[in-house]
Design a protein around this ligand. Structure first.
Ligand SMILES: [Fe+2]
Length: 288
C-alpha cells in the first residue's frame, strides 16, 4: 500500500489517509490496502470525499457484506443499509431536542462498539458527514488494542478466557425505551472479552456499554470488572475526538475500537451524517 499516505491522529491509533478516493470504484488492490490500513490504524479519516448514498453503498459492498440496519430490521423486518446520525429526517427537516429520535440517539453517547450485541458483530462502520454543527457533535474514539496492551500480565491472565454478554436492550434502556419487536430481535449474545486480529495477531479488549455481565461471574463482580476495564480504556489521554467537517468519511474497526457521540444543541444546529457497516466474520454465542 505504498501509494497511501498516513498521518497519525493519536499516538495509539488512527490516521488521516490520503491517496484513495472512496467515492470511485475500488480495485482489488485498493480493497486490500483499505483492509490493511484498518488492521494497522483502526480509525481512518478520509477528507473531502464527494460522497452520495449510492457511492457509499458501492464502497461498503466493495469491502464486504453490508449490514442490515438493526433498528428498522428489528421493528419492521425491513432491510435498509443506511442509518442517519444527527437530527435531520429523511425530508431534510430538523428534529429538535424534544423529539423522541433525538433522545433515542443519545444512547450513542455511551462508549460502544457498533453491533457488538449482534451474533455477528460488524467489521467496520463507515460514517460520512454532510452537515455538521458549528459547535459540539464530535465523535470520540479509543483503542481497545492499546488498552489491552497497557494491562499487566496478571490482569491479562485474569480476563483472557472470559466472555462478555452483550445486550442492546440493557444499554439502550438507559437512554430511551426499545420497541418490543426490536428488543425481541436482539437476544443477548456472548463474545470473548479479549479478541485477536486475524491479520496481525494483535489482541484487544472487546467491551463497551452493551456488555451487561461476564459469563461465570456474579452481577457485582461482573460490573466491577466491566467498569474497571472501561475506565482503563477511556482515560482522557487515550481519546481521539473527531470534530467533523462536511465531506469527511471516517471508517473505524468495531472489532477493536470504542466510540461515542458527543452532544450538540439540536435546537440550534443541523447535523447529518450517514452510516453504513460491513458485517464481520466472528460469530458469538446465544446462551441457552
Ligand atoms: Fe455507534
Amino acid at each position: 500500500m505504498t501509494y497511501l499516505i498516513f498521518e497519525p491522529l493519536h499516538p495509539d491509533f488512527g490516521a488521516i489517509v490520503s491517496g484513495m478516493d472512496l467515492t470511485a470504484p475500488l480495485s482489488q488492490e485498493d480493497v486490500k490496502a483499505f483492509n490493511d490500513a484498518v488492521d494497522t490504524y483502526s480509525v481512518l479519516l478520509f477528507r473531502n470525499q464527494d460522497m452520495t448514498d449510492e457511492k457509499q453503498l458501492r464502497l461498503t459492498k466493495a469491502i464486504g457484506e453490508p449490514e442490515a440496519e438493526h433498528v428498522a430490521y428489528g421493528r419492521t423486518g425491513e432491510v435498509v443499509y443506511f442509518g442517519s446520525v444527527g437530527n435531520i429526517d429523511d425530508q431534510g427537516n430538523q428534529r429538535k431536542e424534544a423529539h423522541d429520535t433525538t433522545k433515542y440517539q443519545k444512547g450513542n453517547e455511551l462508549w460502544h462498539s457498533d453491533s457488538s450485541f449482534r451474533q455477528v458483530p460488524s467489521y467496520v462502520s463507515i460514517l460520512h458527514a454532510y452537515e455538521v454543527p458549528g459547535e459540539g457533535g464530535a465523535t470520540s474514539f479509543v483503542s481497545e488494542r492499546a488498552a489491552y496492551d497497557r494491562l499487566t500480565a496478571a490482569e491479562k491472565d485474569q480476563i483472557d478466557n472470559l466472555r462478555g454478554l452483550h445486550d442492546y436492550v440493557f444499554s439502550r434502556a438507559k437512554r430511551a425505551p426499545v420497541d418490543d419487536n426490536h428488543a425481541a430481535s436482539l437476544p443477548p449474545v456472548a463474545h470473548p472479552l479479549v479478541k485477536t486480529n486475524p491479520g496481525n495477531g494483535r489482541k484487544n479488549l472487546f467491551i463497551g456499554s452493551h456488555v451487561r455481565s461476564i459469563l461465570g461471574l456474579s452481577g457485582i463482580d461482573s460490573r466491577a470488572l466491566i467498569n474497571d476495564l472501561l475506565e482503563k480504556t477511556t482515560r482522557p489521554e487515550d481519546v481521539y475526538s473527531h470534530q467533523w467537517a462536511a465531506g469527511d468519511t471516517v471508517v473505524w474497526d468495531n472489532r477493536c475500537v470504542l466510540h461515542k457521540g458527543n452532544g450538540f444543541d439540536a435546537d440550534k444546529w443541523r447535523r447529518r451524517l450517514r452510516q453504513t457497516r460491513v458485517v464481520g466474520s466472528e460469530v458469538g454465542q446465544i446462551p441457552a
